[in-house]
Design a protein around this ligand. Structure first.
Ligand code: NAD
Length: 297
């Protein structure tokens, strides 16, 4: 099977590499030639344009920054109109607004092209290890059709519902994650400010009713856990600016669906402030430092 892969950044690069490892023939395109080169060195065929990449491909995977890039690729790029043939399956794994996913799905469906939104959870490490979680929106038949491709890049593959549902589920999860990370950070900081040891407090909360994923797997306080971003100067992991982007999508979704999300709104303000202070390129657990105790003279 021939697969076109468009968008070979931090996530798309290793995902495309895993498709090659799984034995698929992969044609790649990215606006940055160095990203294309990295993949051709691993066995991919390079294409001059996105339209060239999708020519004769049965499946197209895209991993782009935002909704406007996805819309422009599938709806505005005229050369793509002829290149994408009826019967092709398009898998968009970018994290974008659900409305754009629905619009692209509708337009492609009208041309007999299958589309699923399939955003991922698991970060760059998950992309490299082929252990991503895919959260799919689309028809059941399209979900089934995508299985062999998705399972070469990920471990858990969920069907969330119809088109756009993958994006909504992903954004619900990330909004909750942001709230949990900020809440865990302020609780840990209050304990430390009152003389508690962060490791001891973390163990107590982990075994008590405050237990959550951030305490279990991703403690934000430096030195409590090994091999997490907080113990490596908040390098690597999931960037503050990406969390900020996802929280923006969550707020848009809340407004469009008349949902009340006060905790999500507060988390969005906290992450925006943290980014404004120059920490956009740190891991999102660095929100812990926003609550730092400032010693008075
Ligand atoms: P990135 O910026 O590293 O990569 C995006 C790539 O898309 C770049 O190489 C860029 O050159 C390319 N690109 C942009 N417009 C293009 C176009 N028109 N044609 C071809 N290539 C184009 O971003 P990333 O970290 O790989 O994230 C990609 C998507 O995955 C985003 O939607 C992000 O929110 C989501 N995501 C990222 C993470 C993460 O930890 N990085 C985790 C989960 C989801």
């Amino acid at each position: 099977m021939k697969i076109a892969f468009i968008g070979l950044g931090n996530m798309g690069g290793p995902m495309a590499a895993n498709l090659i490892k799984a034995g698929f023939e992969v044609q790649v395109f990215d606006l940055l030639s160095e990203n294309v080169k990295r993949l051709t060195e691993q066995g991919a065929t390079s294409a001059e344009t996105a339209a060239d990449a999708v020519e004769n491909a049965q499946v197209v995977v895209s991993m782009l920054p935002a909704g406007r890039h996805v819309r422009s690729l599938y709806l505005d790029d005229e050369s793509m109109q002829g290149a994408l043939k009826p019967g092709t399956l398009v898998i968009d794994s970018s994290t974008i607004d659900a409305q754009t996913a629905r619009v692209v799905a509708k337009e492609l469906t009208a041309r007999n092209i299958d589309f699923i939104d399939a955003p991922v959870s698991g970060g760059v490490a998950g992309a490299q290890a082929a252990t991503l979680t895919f959260i799919v929106g689309g028809e059941a038949t399209q979900f089934e059709k995508a299985q062999p491709v998705l399972s070469a890049m990920g471990k858990n593959i969920f069907h969330a519902g119809k088109h756009g549902a993958g994006q909504v589920a992903k954004i619900c999860n990330n909004m909750l994650l942001a709230v949990l990370m900020a809440g865990t950070s302020e609780a840990l900081r209050m304990g430390i400010n009152n003389g508690l040891d962060a490791k001891v407090l973390s163990e107590i909360m982990q075994q008590s009713s405050g237990a959550n994923w951030t305490l279990d797997k991703y403690n934000p306080c430096p030195g409590v856990m090994e091999n997490v971003p907080s113990s490596k100067g908040y390098q690597g992991g999931f960037l503050v600016d990406l969390m900020k982007k996802d929280l923006g999508l969550a707020l848009d979704t809340a407004i469009q669906s008349n949902s009340s999300t006060p905790m999500g709104s507060l988390a969005q303000s906290l992450y925006s402030l943290h980014s404004l202070k120059g920490h956009g390129s740190l891991d999102f657990s660095s929100i812990f430092t926003l609550f730092e105790h400032v010693e008075k003279d």
